[in-house]
Design a binder for this molecule. Structure first.
Ligand SMILES: Nc1ncnc2c1ncn2[C@@H]1O[C@H](COP(=O)(O)OP(=O)(O)OP(=O)(O)O)[C@@H](O)[C@H]1O
Ligand SMILES: [Mg+2]
Length: 378
């Protein structure tokens, strides 16, 4: 079994990528799964990310395959080729120690942090739209040679991390699972979901599609905490959930997490929600434009591709909206709101999810966004 990484191992892995002189390692990770160090020395710094053989927040009781390091490294490399400059550089991988060394995005911030603070960052939503188009189409049968595509699929079999999503996103929130976490004030809201047969059926249909639609190498956890930003520069981190799945899961995650931001700023009434509306339109506009640009010449263009992706995005956005309110992992955008508006925001997110999952298919990005962000509390 690979050893557990400690400071001295992090220093050793980072050493070839630092300048001369003494080096220091500092643990900076705020995540649930892995250990993340910043190692600095000789005027340079790198990130060392280590995957213990279990879920960091739970410990030995929830074992987790360390193969997630290989998956993350290979997905970073491939997505980085398809969408140059949109991921941190991968400097080294050490599978024996279940660790990798990454470019340190020192001047960047996690996008969610900037969204919560109401700080506008230029160009990022558009770059994310192009990133999605290029990574999703670029790893699909649309743009890959058929045999290469089949070989690719064998490299991204990711059962442990898919099991986490299957349970925490598509199953637990609609049941009385112990993993669920709900504010006391939102207990009724959670109970209404458990009793909602139509929502449970719709989530179960999406679970089926998540397991069976092998469309592209998706990131698998593309929320605004997996995107680091500086003005004019978006970088996608943490693709350890990558597997061959439905494209709309990635785009739906972006949509839902922007919707949380818009709902939160509407509740705060601080004027930033209009900026988030623009992000959504920039994201979808750039994605649509890039899809047309890279569409294969030998495949007749069909508008239906984009309308199907929009519909799927709406439905996966809905399951993300629900699970972040009543499931295990919440979002700080909503959790940081004052009590009364937090409860309203939670109701609105679930009402939006009901509209997106049970209402008529979305017809346009405007339709999607207005249903995701302006549903009244019933
Ligand atoms: N290349 C990087 N440059 C700078 N900071 C980084 C980099 N990669 C990660 N970080 C920081 O470390 C944090 C955790 O990283 P990451 O999300 O990859 O870890 P994780 O343990 O897989 O998290 P999760 O539990 O959310 O899956 C990020 O939120 C970010 O603040
Ligand atoms: Mg992670």
């Amino acid at each position: 079994m690979p050893e557990t990484l400690d400071d001295s191992l992090a220093l050793a892995l980072a050493a070839p990528h630092l300048g001369d002189g003494p080096a220091t390692a500092e643990e900076i990770g705020d995540g649930n799964l892995n250990v993340v160090y910043r190692v600095s020395g000789g005027g340079r710094s790198v990130i060392v990310k280590h995957a213990p053989p279990y879920l960091k927040v739970v410990g030995d009781a929830w074992p987790l395959s360390q193969d997630r390091v290989r998956i993350e490294a290979e997905a970073l490399a491939l997505h980085g080729e398809l969408a140059p400059d949109r991921v941190p550089a991968l400097l080294a991988v050490d599978l024996d120690r279940a660790a990798m060394v990454l470019e340190d995005l020192r001047g960047h911030q996690v996008w969610r942090t900037q969204l919560v603070a109401g700080v506008h960052v230029t160009g990022v939503a558009e770059q994310m739209g192009r990133y999605c188009a290029r990574t999703l189409l670029g790893t699909s049968d649309l743009l890959m040679d058929s045999a290469d595509r089949k070989r690719l699929a064998t490299r991204f079999v990711n059962p442990d991390l898919c099991a986490i999503t299957e349970e925490l996103v598509f199953t637990a929130p609609y049941t009385a699972a112990e993993s669920n976490r709900v504010d006391d004030a939102a207990a009724e809201l959670a109970a209404s979901l458990r009793g909602d047969a139509a929502m449970r059926r719709a989530a179960s249909q999406l679970l089926w599609e998540f397991r069976t639609r092998h469309e592209a190498l998706i990131h698998g956890d593309l929320h605004t905490g997996s995107i680091m930003v500086a003005d004019g520069d978006a970088r996608v981190i943490d693709p350890e959930f990558a597997f061959i799945g439905p494209m709309g899961y990635d785009t739906g995650n972006v949509v839902a997490n922007l919707a949380f931001s818009a709902i939160a700023h509407q509740e705060l009434g601080d004027g930033f929600a209009g900026q988030v509306d623009e992000y959504l339109m920039d994201f979808w506009g750039a994605l649509s434009e890039e899809v047309r640009l890279i569409w294969p010449e030998d495949h007749p263009w069909d508008e239906i591709f984009l309308s199907n992706l929009l519909e799927d995005s709406a439905r996966y956005a809905a399951t993300e909206l629900v699970r972040r309110i009543v499931g295990l992992a919440h979002v700080v955008d909503i959790d940081s709101l004052p009590d009364a508006s937090r409860l309203r925001a939670q109701h609105r997110a679930v009402a939006a999810a009901r509209s997106l999952l049970l209402g008529p298919p979305v017809r346009s990005p405007h339709d999607l966004w207005s249903r995701a962000t302006t549903e009244d509390v019933p």
